[in-house]
Design a protein around this ligand. Sequence first.
Ligand code: UD1
Length: 375
Amino acid sequence: MAKGTILLAAGGTGGHLFPAEALAHELIERGWRVDLATDERAERYAGHFPAAHIHPIASATFGSRNPFALAGAFWTIWRGVRQASEVIRKIQPAVVVGFGGYPTLPPLYAATRRRVPTIIHEQNAVMGRANKALAARVDAIAGGFLSESASGAGAKIVITGNPVRPAVIEAAKTPYASSGPFAPFRLLVFGGSQGAQFFSEAVPPAIAALPASQRSRLKVTQQARAEDVARVRSAYHEIGVEADVLPFFTDMAARMATAHLVISRSGASTVSEIAVIGRPALLVPYPHALDHDQAANAAALAAAGGAQVHPQSTLSTKALMSLVGGLMENPGKLASMAAAAKLAGRPDAARLLADLTEAIASGKAVAELKKGARP
Ligand SMILES: CC(=O)N[C@H]1[C@@H](OP(=O)(O)OP(=O)(O)OC[C@H]2O[C@@H](n3ccc(=O)[nH]c3=O)[C@H](O)[C@@H]2O)O[C@H](CO)[C@@H](O)[C@@H]1O
């Protein structure tokens, strides 16, 4: 017999859904039934979600300035609030936990109206718009990279880190470079859950510019947007570099575990996973993220010595080639970056967030929890 039901709300991209999935595993292990409220966009990422029931909830963004589009969005969100309210009435969750992104607005808003305890989890160093809109109404704000002092909502913030999925915890058991003495040299390139056009354009020419002796040692795994896959594959084929190129790798954690160097964006889960598994990384923050400053996510890992951060605008083919080529010749530096990244990792984030969830479900307030935590 389950302890009760906890409703998680997450949608949109993998960056919101994967931390929810990690919390779900932890809560189920503790004897809770977990349901998920999500939008249809998230179906791509929800395949492995261990929810007892998935509730599709209507949602929309207020992104447009067109008054008709705005009115439409408002109406859709209101429809979502009514749907979510009905779900909450039926399943009587002990607490509702939202993971950011506009699909979480209706379920969290409906929960606060029905006086069900609520938590939002913010993965990023800078709070996203949906979470900002909900911050004043919820009981607790859990943070991946947030800082308690920097935000107006500081009193409600509990730093838990970003929960990573069980496959990541498993991958973290693999010591760095256990797949061989850097020959072949495994390079993993990916752009977050939706891919990155920039890497498709920039990385193959940089690899082509490496001396043949380095190129012949390379094995590349590269995620590319579906429309770029064929071009990236043939670019590597032409220069004789073995490359796995796909729009999405479902075994990303295992691929990270065997990588000697990662080149990626700095979305919150990406940075958290690189740290937990402990791999050296060249991080290139997505320059156009509306909601999240990816550079701020990368900063802590860089400060710990686990990663280098390079703005996209500085990465000419030559610059990228010499960064990769230089690191390939310096296994000692790579190994020390890997060790530093691992020290910065938070493998206990799912446990801490589950502790907070259970405390809020039992009616405790964040202020009480913080008082209890003081020596
Ligand atoms: C453009 C944008 O707005 N991005 C945001 C989005 O990123 P995005 O959705 O890309 O999220 P993250 O970088 O946080 O996570 C990407 C996740 O996808 C996984 N993965 C990736 C590629 C692949 O082939 N297979 C795979 O499994 C990674 O292992 C990781 O778990 O949400 C994040 C969390 O709020 C934010 O920090 C990002 O700023």
